[in-house]
Design a protein around this ligand. Structure first.
Ligand code: SF4
Ligand code: MG
Length: 323
């Protein structure tokens, strides 16, 4: 029987603030899962700590609420243990690009087949709005006593140089567009990163929904407000790597687009490269039956519940024969 959108919702009380962009992201994830008809038992949502960390509680799949900055190690471990599981990791910009920045970079080198979504609002919302890694230098949100003294991280550029093989940006109030990006990120073969611009109406009074809608960005010719976000696909930009020739050129264009901000903020797919082998491919090249008999399917105890796992086979697989 076909799964409905309501099958992916839970009855857990949601205490996100009214008007929070998190709601749009949550809806988009549920819509994407429903449209892809991913069985609820075949998906797991992992989260870090922060307002976004509560997301798995509201989605009717398996869910693991992990530690601050540590969502990617958990998510990669689960995926490598059970490569048939559909894994989505979520977290805030503070969580993933502050304390979790080391894991973000290391994950890029591996290219494990999962999707990582950052709820990007420029602040640490759960702890009262301190400046988070994507808040621009010199901005003074209402919860800061002084303008932000740190420069900001550019998540798109960082993901590119770290080695992510799918890089996109969505906006939490463009829910249908975001849902399509989530589906593409899930379907991508390799590590996908989705940066989602998400107003925090409680603590970020600069990058608000009205700011993104362009309330103060008036076209002098028409007198109309111009939204600050635009879709890459509508501008003729194509981030998909279709051959490995000219890859440097393609990557240079990603950086160019990633640097656009202010009155023109691109959303959509910046980059997709399926020529890079996934970590699962790399393991399979060493252990033939990894995909059919991954760690999650192996017996670890006998019928007396005595452990039967042995490390000697793993060590044997890793042995380098110098003869
Ligand atoms: Fe959303 Fe900000 Fe409230 Fe957190 S503090 S729930 S990010 S509006
Ligand atoms: Mg944040």
């Amino acid at each position: 029987m076909a799964l409905k959108l309501t099958d992916y919702k839970t009855q857990v009380h949601n205490d996100w603030c009214a008007g929070c962009g998190d709601f749009g992201i949550l809806n988009a994830i549920q819509m994407a899962l429903a449209e892809m008809q991913i069985p609820t038992h075949a998906a797991t949502i992992f989260s870090g700590i922060g307002c976004s960390g509560k997301t798995p509680h509201f989605i009717n799949t398996y869910g693991i609420h992990t530690l601050h900055g540590r969502v990617l190690p958990f998510a990669q471990g689960a995926k490598l243990s059970n490569p048939n599981l559909q894994v989505i990791a979520v977290g805030g910009d503070g969580d993933g690009l502050g304390i979790g920045a080391g894991h973000f970079v290391s994950a890029g080198r591996r290219n494990v087949d999962l999707l990582y979504i950052i709820f990007d609002n420029g602040v640490y919302g759960l702890t009262k709005g301190q400046a988070a890694p994507t808040l621009k230098l010199g901005l003074k949100t209402k919860s800061l006593p002084q303008p932000n003294v740190n420069n900001s991280v550019n998540p798109i550029s960082l993901a590119l140089v770290a080695g992510f093989t799918f890089i996109a940006r969505g906006y939490s109030y463009e829910v249908k567009h975001l849902k399509e990006l989530i589906k593409k990120g899930v379907q991508h073969k390799g590590l996908a990163f989705l940066d989602v611009l998400q107003p925090c109406p409680t603590y970020n009074d600069i990058n608000t929904k009205e700011w993104f809608q362009g309330m103060d960005n008036i076209d002098p010719k028409t007198g109309r407000q111009v939204p600050r976000t635009y879709k890459l696909e509508d501008s003729g930009y194509d981030g998909i790597v279709r051959s490995e020739d000219n890859l440097d050129n393609k990557m240079a264009k990603v950086i160019e687009k990633a640097n656009e901000w202010g009155n023109e903020i691109p959303i959509g797919i910046f980059y997709q490269n399926e020529f890079i082998p996934t970590y699962e491919d790399r393991i399979t090249s060493r252990i033939d039956n990894y995909m059919v008999n991954p760690p999650a399917r192996q017996d670890i105890s006998d019928n007396q519940r005595k452990p039967i796992s042995t490390i000697s086979r793993i060590l044997e697989d890793l042995r380098v024969d110098n003869t």
